[in-house]
Design a protein around this ligand. Structure first.
Ligand SMILES: O=C(O)CCC(=O)C(=O)O
Ligand SMILES: [Fe+2]
Length: 387
């Protein structure tokens, strides 16, 4: 019934078990239609999901009423039960934690206010305004001669630790100046107990045409934002790098996050703000220098400068592909740089979302073995539970 021999794997797509040689197995990818076009997909019990293309570069597909209101409420309730924590403290975005890289962009051996701002941004993932920097000079006496330029001489008596401490306190007062201002919790629902989760996984599998065995290994995270809550633009995955393996639940050593797809559920309506924004959608090139110069990552301030906005609506899902499919392996390929995205600030009310990240590594065979193993284990648990 399960994997037959070394190269053959049996996976379940749309409820049908199909056995194939590993070399013939490929990650499927929905075709982008013209923006505005809708395609129907039959999910459970004949329910038809309407998949609407809202962008082609990157491919973003919107599915209204993917979840029922009851399912949304179920996930919010589960999140409450498990306990939501500030996202700020769990930042793992690889920012420089061993001090600062001074962003003396014009190499005049002094930091202008703007260069100091960039130094704080890249060193601490905090996004102060010009006024915040000037206040820091006033509070700390760092700018001794008051010329708004920080020289090596002025910096001498001031350690990176002092700067860190100042801005950590700053963050206590103004948590919205962090790149991410939200609460979150990871959920690992047990399918045997959580029928809702089981059904949603099956629906995702059918909607995106990927085997249920892969969907079962996805990560699930509930996030909530209050007023001013936001998440600056970022990538959900990372660029292919032969030297660093993809993270799996078992791997503890240095690894990189590999998420083939993002399925983002809106678990609530939002009274004001809280759009999901894609600053680079549809551009001719991905120009990260421009992103930095124009602070396009800073959605807290520059949400309206983004090219594409998706409005939250309770039950709606949006999906996108963080990676191409490698034409040779049929598995995880190059990262799609146009998927740069984030959450705009909530202006009124509360926003609830769930991230459903469909993960693969860049090693197809390892993934296939893991998928089969995981499905077996899951089934085993289910049967035991039912006794
Ligand atoms: O809140 C949003 O709309 C986007 C959230 C997001 O990008 C993330 O949690 O990775
Ligand atoms: Fe994201």
């Amino acid at each position: 019934e399960q994997s037959q021999g070394s190269g053959t794997f049996c996976l379940t797509i749309a409820g049908i078990k199909t056995c194939q040689n590993s070399s013939d197995i490929r990650l499927s990818r929905l075709q982008g239609k013209q923006v505005g076009d809708v395609q129907g997909v039959v999910a459970q019990e004949g329910r038809v999901l309407k998949l609407k293309t809202v962008s082609q570069k990157p491919l973003v597909i919107e599915i209204p009423e993917f979840l029922t209101a009851e399912e949304c409420d179920h996930f919010i309730e589960t999140a409450h039960q498990e306990g939501l924590k500030d996202s700020v403290t769990t930042d793992s975005s690889g920012h420089n934690k061993d001090g600062f890289k001074l962003m003396d962009k014009d190499r005049d051996k002094k930091l202008s206010v703007n260069e100091m701002r960039l130094t704080i941004e890249s060193g601490m993932d905090i996004y102060p305004d010009r006024e915040d920097i000037l206040k820091m000079y006033a509070d700390t006496g760092l700018d001794k001669d008051g010329d708004e330029q920080i020289s090596a001489e002025e910096l001498k008596d001031f350690s990176p630790a002092d700067l860190m401490q100042y801005f950590n306190e700053f963050l206590q007062q103004q948590p919205e100046k962090h790149s991410r201002f939200s609460k979150q919790v990871w959920l690992f629902p047990d399918n045997s107990k959580d029928r809702v989760f089981d059904q949603v996984q099956d629906r995702v599998s059918r909607a995106v045409d990927l085997p249920i065995e892969l969907i079962k290994m996805s990560d699930f995270q509930v996030v909530t934002y209050g007023v001013k809550g936001h998440y600056n633009a970022h990538y959900d995955s990372s660029e292919v790098n032969d030297k660093i393996p993809c993270c799996t639940r078992r791997r503890t050593r240095q690894c990189r996050i590999c998420r083939y797809m993002t399925v983002l559920f809106y678990l609530s309506d939002v009274e004001g703000g809280g759009e999901t924004a894609f600053p680079l959608a549809g551009n001719d090139i991905v120009d990260m220098v421009r992103v930095q110069d124009e602070q396009l990552m800073n959605l807290y301030k520059k949400c309206s400068d983004a090219n594409l906005h998706v409005t939250p609506a309770k039950g709606k899902a949006i999906i996108w592909y963080n990676h191409q499919v490698d034409p040779d392996t049929g598995w995880l390929g190059a990262m799609d740089k146009y998927t740069y995205h984030g959450g705009c600030p909530v202006t009124t009310g509360t926003k609830w979302i769930a991230n459903f990240w469909i993960k693969t590594t860049d090693n197809k065979l390892e993934d296939l073995h893991r998928m089969i193993q995981f499905a077996k284990l899951n089934n085993g648990l289910k049967q035991k539970d039912e006794l």
